[in-house]
Design a protein around this ligand. Structure first.
Ligand code: MN3
Length: 266
């Protein structure tokens, strides 16, 4: 890269850095990724997906660890049957196809064609459930770390106000779908909801694009054994189980990825 364009990108990055660091405090979150010599992996359009590029992640805890809020049978079926099915069908949909993006699930979903139902539904299903297991805390939820807490206060007024907006979005999602807390490319936290297995990464499929850092599954398979039609009770129980440390870790990764994407012009 010639010097002038490198400088130009560095100036853009510094603007982004200022915007993001203003949100997160001293800038420790994004500063390690701001070196001008670094370059993001470039997509190669000729590369094909290999066999079974995606695998079912292990649950980080026993299936009964969230009981009674989420019962063991629901967890076992949800992870071992539903999530496993999305992974299997995603791999089948990608077999022999040209790799889009850099080979990560995130970049695949960012560029997914709304008409490509195999990748949209099953790639979304894999991403969404991987996030869902991660943001649940066995033994009960915790509190947002300071940095995230400040962002929540800034963008929602308070943690209680956020929880209310999130629960309302989850309750009002008609039929199957998800509610989300996402960070936009401008560094703002937003609540949204999506039908089916869509999520805010899918730029061509959603009204509110962003990087999800927290999500609740409101498909009936997520709660029906325990709660039947009482979706609001399941949502309330979920909110009490949020692992905010994991949400904060997702936020860090999201901000890092935003900076890298802006630097690479993607
Ligand atoms: Mn599900």
């Amino acid at each position: 890269m010639e010097e002038t364009s490198c400088l130009h990108i560095c100036v853009m990055n510094k603007r982004t850095f200022l915007k993001l660091s203003g949100i997160v405090g001293a800038g420790a979150l994004v500063s390690p990724w701001l070196g001008c010599g670094e370059s993001a992996d470039q997509a190669t359009s000729e590369k094909l997906w290999g066999d079974n590029p995606f695998t079912l992640p292990e649950l980080g805890f026993p299936v009964d660890a969230l009981a009674p809020a989420i019962d063991a049978e629901t967890m076992a079926i949800h992870h071992g049957k539903h999530h496993a099915g999305y992974v299997r069908k995603l791999n089948a949909a990608l077999a022999g196809q040209i790799m889009q993006g850099d080979g990560t699930l995130d970049s695949l979903l960012r560029g997914v064609d709304p008409l490509d139902e195999g990748v949209r539904n099953n790639g979304g299903g894999h991403f969404n459930h991987t996030l869902y297991w991660e943001v649940l805390a066995p033994g009960g939820g915790n509190k947002p770390p300071d940095r995230l807490s400040e962002m929540i206060d800034r963008d929602f007024g308070s943690l209680e106000s956020f929880a209310e907006q999130f629960a309302t979005a989850a309750a009002k999602q008609f039929g199957s779908g998800w509610a989300w807390l996402s960070v936009t490319d401008e560094g703002v936290l937003e609540v949204s909801s999506t039908p089916n297995q869509d999520n805010p990464l899918m730029l061509q499929c959603v009204d509110q694009p962003g990087t999800p850092i927290l999500g609740i599954d409101v498909w009936e398979h997520a709660y029906y054994l325990n709660y039947q039609n009482r979706r609001k009770d399941y949502i309330a129980a979920f909110v009490e189980l949020i692992n905010w440390e994991a949400v904060d870790a997702r936020l860090s990764r999201a901000v890092r990825d935003i900076v890298v994407r802006i630097k690479s012009g993607a």
